[in-house]
Ligand binder design. Structure first.
Ligand code: UFG
Length: 328
């Protein structure tokens, strides 16, 4: 019995692979390596295969006696999705439909899915609960929601069981292994702030300082990548013993503003980080904070890193030791 991780060479995927391996799981990774990094996958088989290749995926499911798939492979940039919506429908929705066909054809009926806070769009309350309205404001969130909905129909038709994990802002790096965040282009706040601390960028742009928040900058809920990884492991276990069609928020439950993140990064790094005010980034909600009570109650999830300094320090250790990411 083993777990197939799609997109296991990516940021959250590689940390989840490490977590599963540390808990004694047999893991196999498929990744087309368009965004993933070969060096991020350690000690487990890595097949350079696209999830659309049903023949190869089917063979891997059979050869490795896979009973559960953890599905990360996707395009995941909000801005890019607005410019190239059809690419997102193709690479996220259509490609996942192919993956599910291979699974159903081979009797693999458990999937843990990498979803996102972007399925909610502009929140109607803070913190956000799973039953709140899902009205995505960009194609990225729309395609992730379409996949969550596909699971419901596949449950009815084929008995496919799924857990969709709606992440808020993933951050941090593995505490002991040399894996961390390495996107090209990098668009996320914490790595950008740390690249500025390293002198790789002249400054950080603060996108908007006129939001209805205490300091005028956007508030987000930062959650450590290892805590996300443990939630995937718990979800695999849940699907093996029960489950149905479920979705869970994953966040720390505490919001921090862009200005607070920069202040914490200045403290943690001891470096000057120049911040300049820029216009708002289109589509950014003012405040996104999760209620993760459901994950704690149902999955027994216990986040270990609930403090922003620890999260930033963990990311800083990775960026300092790997200033050029996996190229180092
Ligand atoms: N920000 C800046 N300057 C930057 C980069 C980001 O001010 O250079 C701000 C953003 O405007 C935002 C906050 O920092 O207010 C966090 O931005 P990120 O790009 O790091 O993350 P997002 O909150 O935009 O995105 C996250 C996930 C997405 C998910 C989205 C849900 O990374 O996958 O939440 O809205 F879709």
């Amino acid at each position: 019995m083993s777990v197939l991780v799609t997109g296991g060479a990516g940021y959250i995927g590689s940390h989840t692979v490490a977590e599963l391996v540390a808990h004694g799981e047999d893991v196999v990774v498929i990744d087309n390596l368009r965004q993933g990094h070969r060096a991020a996958v350690r000690d487990v088989p890595l097949y350079e295969v696209d999830i659309r290749d049903t023949e190869q995926v089917g063979r891997i499911l059979r050869d490795h006696k896979v009973d559960t798939v953890v599905h990360f492979a996707a395009n995941s940039l909000v801005g890019e999705s607005v410019e190239k919506p059809l690419q997102y429908y193709e690479n996220n929705v259509a490609a996942t439909a192919k993956l599910l066909s291979a699974m159903v054809d081979n009797g693999v009926l458990n999937i843990v899915f990498s979803s996102t806070a972007a399925v909610y769009g502009e929140p109607v309350r803070t913190p956000i609960h799973e039953e709140d309205p899902t009205v995505p404001t960009n194609p990225y969130g729309e395609t992730k929601l379409a996949i969550e909905r596909m699971f419901r129909w596949c449950h009815q038709a084929y008995g496919l069981k799924s857990i969709s994990l709606r992440y808020f802002n993933a951050a941090g790096a593995h505490p002991t292994l040399p894996i961390g965040e390495d996107h090209n282009p990098e668009t996320h706040l914490i790595p950008i702030v740390l690249q500025a601390a390293l002198g790789q960028r002249p400054h950080v742009s603060i996108f908007g300082n006129d939001y209805p928040t205490p300091d005028g900058t956007c508030i987000r809920d930062y959650v450590h990548v290892m805590d996300l990884a443990s939630a995937h492991r718990l979800s695999v276990n849940r699907l093996r013993t029960g489950g149905g069609v479920e979705a869970f928020n994953l966040g720390s439950g505490t919001g921090f503003s862009v200005q607070q993140v920069i202040d914490v990064a200045r403290e943690v790094t001891g470096r000057d980080i120049l911040a300049v005010h820029s216009p708002r980034r289109p589509g950014d909600p003012a405040v996104l904070v999760a209620s993760s009570d459901k994950a704690k109650q149902v999955l027994g999830w216990k986040p270990q890193y609930d403090d922003l300094s620890t999260i930033v320090a963990s990311a800083w250790a990775w960026h300092q030791s790997h200033p050029n990411g996996y190229e180092d």
